[in-house]
Design a binder for this molecule. Sequence first.
Ligand SMILES: O=C1O[C@H](COP(=O)(O)O)[C@@H](O)[C@H](O)[C@H]1O
Length: 315
Amino acid sequence: MAYSRLYFTAPFRTLPPPPSLPKSPRFPLLVPRTSHSLTHKTLAFSTGIRGASGSRRSCWRAMAEKGKGKVEVFDSEEDLSVSLGKYTADLADKFSKEKGSFTVVLSGGSLIKSLRKLVEPPYIDAVDWSTWHVFWVDERVVPKDHDDSNYKLAFDGFLSKVPVLPGKVYAINDALPAEGAADDYETCLKHLVKSDVISVSAATGFPKFDLILLGMGPDGHVASLFPGHPLVKENEKWVTFIKDSPKPPPERITFTFPVIKSSANIAFVVCGAGKAGPVHAALGNGQNSDPLPVQMVSPEGELVWFLDKDAASKL
Ligand SMILES: O=C1O[C@H](COP(=O)(O)O)[C@@H](O)[C@H](O)[C@H]1O
């Protein structure tokens, strides 16, 4: 299938901007326990997260503060990918049954490889792919067949292997410069909100996706929201652009924090020792006055962390 057949741009009308975002609530700690033995005992006592359990798949679980989410730590990325496949397929099934559609937002980077179980049995056959609407939380401003394209990464590793409907795959318009591409994507989202494909958060007025699958860089960036960059404070736009990304390529578009935080579900998927520092910053006890982007994801809905043991090694 040609790349150009899979992206969606339309002459959308521009709607008024949403109201600004109120602070999200925080809830008390929840402490579940099971009878299984701990796989990584040290984790249970060195982190601010209370409660832990093991499982046959060598998964260590904990429930952190509501704002920090549920944490699952796996012995290997292979185990993580099995659990992530089931989690994603279960949510797709739930939302598809409830409302006939599933709006899922992808990141680029290593996340796509971790979705590989979805293109294998049982999910390849069992999932109702026709209900899926696929978006990107960020995209590099490059042609869609460029090696830096998050779209190309997802297409090659995931979307070309499942029968998602091409008209429901919403890629960047790569004919536009960064600012225009961000505006175009935001207009696309507004059109889909108006046509009830995407829900709206009653609390924030921002679009509410069913699931955002988030990666994280070793510097603690999420989407294309980088530490210390003014874009992390954007609270009106839905989609914005960056021309000075510290990680190449420099020009990108990205969802803003209010949109990310309004999601019904967020899964953080993080592997590797090189990311253990920001994971600890986000999930450990420490406070810092200038939080990393990864620390700013306190969602309205459910947050689950899928960590391999190396990414969790400082907890
Ligand atoms: O540049 C990006 O980096 C992050 C993290 O990527 P990873 O390869 O370290 O997992 C990714 O989530 C984002 O979508 C991408 O544009």
